[in-house]
Design a binder for this molecule. Structure first.
Ligand code: PHE
Length: 456
């Protein structure tokens, strides 16, 4: 760690980049298009934007405020603000969720490493057809040694950065690389939307068909907003706890939310127009979606192999700046609350997450029942993602809104956010959203889904 008693971000820009680094990752480039594809397209995109603005933004502010006000990890933060008591379990839920998400996040990030190597090694060089790419992808993820090794390499990299502490590791990595990722993404979008036949995909992505919307779709949109913005498990509480007194949370949060949303929207714009121009690919492809579509797009760009390698490398780094925040939450908990050293916390938790990720790594062809879980029919990775990303984060967000709105106090949060210097109306909006709209909206959707699954 850099300073005593707690590492601090080097500058405000450094914090924004690190928080954006946490937010921007596989959630934008991998999970967003996957969920859009499965949930029917443009109507989902609109719902998602609504969730980001009305739920994501206020909850991000609330998390950052809790973090900076307490200078603690999520468990300690809830305990400090509520004077002990049961609220600390909301923090504990976040700690568990961090490990849960990290376990399979690392598996998908491992596929990204594989793709980088494919591109560098020229596997996609010989004019791939969709069939060829699909086969190559399947071969990669169904090979147990390969899937485990790549998962292991990524987890090890995450552990190394988190060991470096706040300023040394996390901030430095985030600073340099995000703009380059954006540049390659723009290039991909350009190629994708100019492919002959791109209009079909554009329509799917941009022209909403509300007949496809159900409570389940709204739930997906909410879960995706939490996942993509790194909310609902205390990652932003933890990052906020490394903030110095001076910085103004309002502006920082706006930057992070805008950057994250822009990258997700661009990723969709890169995938869907291209997708529909390749016969045999379906938008509901699932977790493999970007991996079967993107090599085909790169193939249609001069120098595509180089751009492809660059893209997957940067996606990998974006994933790393996210995975470190997933690991940092439980690590900060063990350091603050249990007096562990950083080294011990990182080694124990990283190993745990690796082991927990093994069934996700093997659940794509290597082991049959993990690929299609008996009785549910989805892969182990899909099941983990549903439990942790969709439900855990959303429940965490609900409890957090209730805590800030009704227990800690919306005024205390506002004072921390420093809305004093922002237009008054923002403070009003914040009160309304955190006390009423966020908890109500989340609770109603959760309830509705529970009831309908009981009835079904
Ligand atoms: N937001 C990250 C991404 O989009 C994932 C993440 C979720 C990170 C929750 C931290 C907490 O890739």
């Amino acid at each position: 760690m850099v300073s005593v008693p707690r590492g601090l971000w080097g500058s405000r820009v450094g914090f924004i980049l690190a928080a954006a680094g946490s937010a921007i990752g596989l959630g934008n480039v991998w999970r967003f298009p996957t969920t859009v594809g499965r949930s029917g397209g443009a109507a989902f995109v609109l719902l998602y934007l609504g969730c980001v603005l009305l739920i994501g933004l206020p909850i991000m502010l609330a998390e950052l405020a809790i973090g900076r006000a307490t200078r603690r990890n999520p468990v300690g933060a809830f305990a400090a603000l509520s004077g002990g008591g049961l609220w600390r379990w909301v923090g504990a839920l976040g700690v568990v969720t961090g490990i849960g998400i990290l376990s399979y996040y690392s598996v998908v990030a491992g596929w990204t490493i594989g793709y980088f190597l494919y591109d560098v090694g020229g596997t996609f060089g010989s004019v791939p057809s969709e069939e060829y790419v699909k086969q190559a992808f399947t071969a990669l993820i169904s090979n147990p040694t390969m899937a485990l090794a790549l998962h292991g390499v990524f987890m090890a990299a995450t552990m190394v950065v988190v060991l470096g502490g706040v300023k040394g590791g996390i901030e430095r990595a985030a600073k340099v690389l995000m703009p380059v990722l954006l540049a390659i993404l723009l290039l991909l979008v350009l190629r994708s939307v100019t492919l002959p036949g791109a209009s079909v995909g554009l329509e799917f992505y941009l022209k909403p068909d509300f007949s496809k919307v159900s409570f389940a779709t709204v739930m997906e949109a909410m879960g995706q907003a939490f996942f993509s913005l790194s909310l609902g498990m205390g990652a932003m509480i933890t990052y906020g706890s490394y903030l110095s007194e001076k910085s103004d949370l309002h502006t920082s949060a706006l930057w992070v939310v805008s950057a994250d949303t822009a990258i997700a929207l661009l990723a969709g714009l890169a995938i869907f127009p291209a997708l529909f121009t390749f016969p045999g690919l379906s938008p509901a492809e699932g977790p493999g979606l970007i991996f079967v579509v993107l090599p085909n797009v790169f193939d249609k760009i001069p120098g595509g192999l180089i751009f492809g390698a660059g893209f997957f490398l940067l996606l990998l780094i974006a994933a790393l700046t996210s995975s470190i925040s997933l690991l940092e939450v439980p690590v900060a908990y063990l350091i603050d609350e249990r007096g562990w050293t950083r080294r011990r916390a990182v080694v124990v938790l990283g190993t745990l997450a690796f082991i927990l990720g093994i069934p996700s790594a093997l659940g794509h062809g290597a082991v049959g029942w993990l690929t299609s879980l008996p009785g549910i029919g989805v892969s182990f990775l899909d099941a983990m993602d549903t439990i942790f990303a969709k439900y855990s984060l959303t429940v965490g967000g609900l409890l957090l809104a209730l805590f800030v709105g009704w227990r800690w106090g919306v005024e205390a949060a506002l004072a921390e956010i420093a809305f004093a210097r922002a237009p008054r109306v923002n403070g009003l909006m914040f009160r309304l959203l955190v006390r009423f709209l966020c908890p109500l909206a989340i609770a109603v959707i959760l309830l509705q889904l529970t009831l309908s699954s009981l009835a079904g």
